[in-house]
Write a protein that binds this ligand. Structure first.
Ligand code: NIG
Ligand code: FE
Length: 408
């Protein structure tokens, strides 16, 4: 199957066939190489060739798209979501408007425990059907690869149910899906006085079962005051490593918790959230290959201060952006809206923000060799925009969907 796209106004984030960038960092994040008035040929889902229209050779294709006035970009890679969940938490949203904090709601048995109650009561097939619908919805706004976490089971059966749903999603869509095992998301009520007992359950029962079925690519921990301490996190990451699961962890959302340093120490692929980042966190990241992943949609929705993206970029580090799509802190998996928040609130330029959700998103899922830029032999996971006047128009036209088609 050969797919030809002609008359592309701007082909964005292109790379030479012989280059192989894994991520863009620091001052390099403003670079978004583009070809104006371009064509692109994909063969069997792989980018075959590209060039400028006025030097296009004769070629045969099974399908030809005329992209006049439209841009083509690498599809978004959303490297952090909790897309599999059973019920919205709109009641807690109202509680927060009236003054309760996210942490107070969690302490009172709401929050993640509320989601766990609904998830454990829900039939696996129904959970899958709902989640697939959500996945199609985010694909319609350009998401072409995604990570999805467990973490609303908080017991062996519930965690396995979530991870099996994620595996089934993977089998039912054409975009790459990665799974992270996040039993260490919250302590179930019955373990509140026996936290070590819950960690033992994760290590001795859940991990062997999850690894036995090959259900997870990564291990995640909510490393945060009031949730899992640095010592808890390290125990769990060490156990995960024995099963070959690399860490991608929740760190420094609510406090300067030491999560970033713990993640770096254990070779985390990414440390995610990062509302609280100071000089020590930056220093730890600078000595590592760990990707800082910012989730400003959660800061927006919880009314918290935003992540210091400029400080991180100005330190020469890469920044990745992801949605954190979940029913509590960010009930949106809409990447174009995330781009708008990143530009207006984090002061990232459109080019930096697009690199953050393409090549750096791919790096946060170890997929840079296949996704994240438009390069010959990479996957043809592409976005075709609607007619738009500029790249900046994507984050500028906030709340509107300018994605016409996802090719994947
Ligand atoms: O990334 N912070 C921890 N976990 C999720 C929220 C989970 C929830 O509230 O359901 C997050 O924000
Ligand atoms: Fe999260």
């Amino acid at each position: 199957m050969r797919l030809l796209i002609n008359n592309i106004s701007t082909l964005c984030n292109t790379e030479n066939a012989d280059s192989a960038i894994e991520r863009r960092s620091g001052a390099d994040m403003v670079h978004l190489p583009c070809i104006q008035n371009a064509w692109l040929l994909a063969e069997n889902g792989i980018i075959h060739s590209m060039g400028v229209m006025n030097a296009k050779p004769e070629m045969h294709a099974d399908e030809t798209i005329d992209a006049t006035g439209r841009m083509v970009l690498p599809a978004w890679v959303d490297s952090h979501t909790h897309l599999v969940f059973a019920a919205p938490r709109d009641g807690e949203f109202v509680d927060r408007i009236k003054g309760l904090s996210y942490e107070e709601i969690a302490r009172n048995g709401g929050g993640i425990l509320n989601s766990a109650k609904h998830l454990n009561a829900m039939d696996e097939q129904f959970l899958f059907d709902q989640s697939l619908e959500r996945l199609y919805k985010v694909m319609a706004t350009g998401t072409g690869a995604i990570e999805i976490k467990s973490g609303y089971g908080l017991c062996l059966e519930g965690e396995l149910k979530m991870l099996r749903v994620i595996r089934k999603l993977k089998e039912n869509v054409t975009i790459p899906v990665r799974a992270s095992f996040l039993a260490a998301h919250a302590y179930p009520m019955e373990y509140r006085q026996n936290k070590a007992g819950y960690i033992d359950l994760i290590i001795n029962e859940m991990l062997p079962a999850v690894a036995g079925e090959g259900l997870a690519d990564y291990i995640d921990v909510f490393c945060e005051e009031g949730f899992f301490s640095v010592a808890d996190t390290e125990r769990i990451l060490e156990a995960g490593a024995r099963y070959g699961l690399k860490p991608k962890i929740h760190a420094n959302q609510l406090h300067y918790s030491g999560g970033v340093q713990a993640g770096v120490k254990h070779g985390a692929i990414s440390v995610d959230h990062l509302e609280c980042v100071g000089d020590e966190e930056i220093a730890a990241l600078k000595g590592s290959n760990t990707m800082p992943v910012l989730l400003p949609g959660a800061a927006f929705f919880l009314g918290m201060h935003y992540q210091p993206a400029r400080k991180i970029i100005d330190a020469g580090l890469p920044v990745c952006l992801a949605t954190d799509y979940n029913p509590g802190s960010c009930p949106s998996g809409n990447v174009p809206l995330l781009l708008s928040i990143a530009c207006t609130q984090l002061k990232m330029t459109p080019e930096e923000a697009i690199n953050a959700v393409t090549i750096n998103g791919a790096a946060a899922l170890e997929l840079s060799d296949q996704l994240g830029t438009i390069r010959v032999r990479k996957k043809a996971n592409l976005i075709i925009t609607k007619q738009i006047p500029s790249l900046a128009y994507l984050p500028y036209d906030y709340g509107n969907n300018n994605i016409e088609r996802l090719i994947c």
